[in-house]
Design a protein around this ligand. Structure first.
Ligand SMILES: *Cc1c(COP(=O)(O)O)cnc(C)c1O
Length: 326
């Protein structure tokens, strides 16, 4: 694992250490006051057996956006990218090649001040570790439109990949699971009338000849998979709208039979199809997942690009065997 400490206003020398336990004081700041953020990304092998990453600079940018919002130190690009490259070079034999599998990469940062008392922390630890992950093909999800709990609110931390955003989602998700749902569709905090995200994924709906996804308004996490999907879809000629999506609009589209596809997007699953959504105890079923044109095409295109089986016209891939493009 890559480990870098921040102290006295600067980042110290990065080290690559064997994966192992950390020794922390019980008064470690992040454990009490929640200054903790993370990223999630994957490494793949291309057909030539070379390690490659997908849009790693976007993960770096987003980590710093999260750090800023949480009052934490930001990480210079060279520490993040050089550390990541060195670590993946070292770990590259752990990148699985079975269809759908990848080496999952978890960069994260937390406040390490050994101090009880509330003020922004001054010491941080940045770590990247990796682990091989199998293909993750979630079964098509039954989701519930959440009308009691809120994930994020205007002015809050919804756009940051803060650990606490996950902490607060556990109970609502558990309750939804107990009611027989796989996941929650989060709605806005003021009215619960507009869709925000699906669990820990961004969400897309295919309605008629348009593809719609909630706009990034500060309460939604700007997914890298989301952004990649929008680019791929627009370049294929689809009309993609980023705007508010009312639950009422989804209900009406489902009733009229024009809601033909719906799916979540995120690094882990890439695309997770939604089988049905429930609102006010009514379940609205979508067409059979096998025949979904948009979600099936997106999954295959993204996965084939990530594994080097399709050309990369967008320069999203960072091949660790090849010198930097200038
Ligand atoms: C990480 C995350 C996503 C997906 O982001 P990707 O960059 O596509 O992996 C979406 N929503 C939330 C809340 C997240 O934390």
């Amino acid at each position: 694992m890559l480990v870098v400490d921040y102290d006295n206003g600067k980042w110290l020398t990065p080290e690559i250490l064997p994966f192992g336990s950390l020794q922390l004081s019980p008064s470690t700041f992040a454990l009490h006051y929640g200054q903790a953020i993370f990223e999630g990304m994957k490494a793949f092998k291309n057909p030539a057996g070379e390690a490659q990453l997908f849009r790693p600079l976007d993960n770096h940018k987003r980590l710093n956006l999260s750090a800023e919002r949480m009052g934490m130190a930001t990480i210079p690009e060279d520490i993040f990218m050089d550390g990541l490259s060195a670590l993946i070079q070292l770990d590259k034999d752990w990148i699985p090649t079975k269809a759908g599998s990848a080496l999952y990469i978890r960069p994260f940062m937390f406040a390490t001040d050994d101090f009880v008392g509330v003020r922004p922390a001054k010491q941080f630890k940045f770590i990247i570790f990796t682990c091989p992950v199998n293909a993750y093909y979630p079964k098509p999800l039954r989701v519930k439109v959440e009308q009691k709990y809120v994930r994020a609110f205007d002015g809050g931390v919804g756009y940051a990949k803060a650990a606490g955003n996950y902490g607060i989602s556990m109970l609502p998700t558990l309750e939804a699971n107990n009611q027989g749902f796989d996941q929650i569709i989060w709605t806005d905090g003021k009215t619960h009338e507009y869709v925000e995200e699906s669990g820990t994924m961004n969400v897309f709906f295919v309605m008629g000849d348009k593809i719609i996804t909630p706009e990034l308004d500060g309460t939604i996490l700007a997914g890298i998979t989301r952004s990649s999907c929008i680019t791929l879809l627009r370049d294929k000629g689809y009309e993609v709208e980023e705007r508010k999506v009312a639950v009422a609009e989804l209900v009406q589209a489902a009733e009229n039979g024009i809601l033909t596809d719906a799916f979540g997007t995120g690094t882990a699953a890439i695309i997770a199809k939604i089988a049905s959504f429930s609102h006010n105890n009514i379940e609205y079923k979508l067409p059979a997942p096998e025949n979904r044109e948009v979600s099936n095409w997106l999954y295959k295109t993204l996965y084939d690009m990530q594994t080097g089986n399709l050309p990369d016209p967008y320069h999203w891939i960072k091949n660790l065997n090849q010198p930097e493009r200038s």
